[in-house]
Design a protein around this ligand. Structure first.
Ligand SMILES: [Zn+2]
Ligand SMILES: [Zn+2]
Length: 100
């Protein structure tokens, strides 16, 4: 068996993302609202959201969310109340059933 060696050179396509806001190297995160690629300097993080999968926003998009976040918070509070009422009814029902 004979072996011939040839060196093949292939072109490698390197995708480089740049920040859609300022043109610097992107940080690999996109705004969850508008989908722009962002660099570290242009990301606004949701302060109410923790962990590795924190949502990233453009600073501009985060600002635009101000009135919407107020509504979301109100709805969240309402949701909590509904859940509490639901739970209270269930606890009450159990008590009645167990004859306390
Ligand atoms: Zn940027
Ligand atoms: Zn955005």
């Amino acid at each position: 068996m004979s072996v011939t060696k040839t060196v093949e050179r292939r072109d490698v396509v390197v995708r480089k993302y740049t920040c859609d806001r300022c043109g610097k190297d992107a940080a690999g995160r996109t705004c969850v609202m508008c989908g722009r690629d962002l660099c570290h300097a242009c990301i606004a993080w949701d302060p109410h959201c923790y962990g590795d999968y924190q949502d990233a926003f453009c600073k501009e998009c985060w600002k635009m969310g101000e009135p919407h976040r107020v509504t979301i918070e109100e709805l969240d509070a309402e949701q909590d109340e509904c859940r509490e009422a639901w739970k209270a009814a269930c606890v009450e029902s159990r008590r009645a059933e167990e004859g306390e």
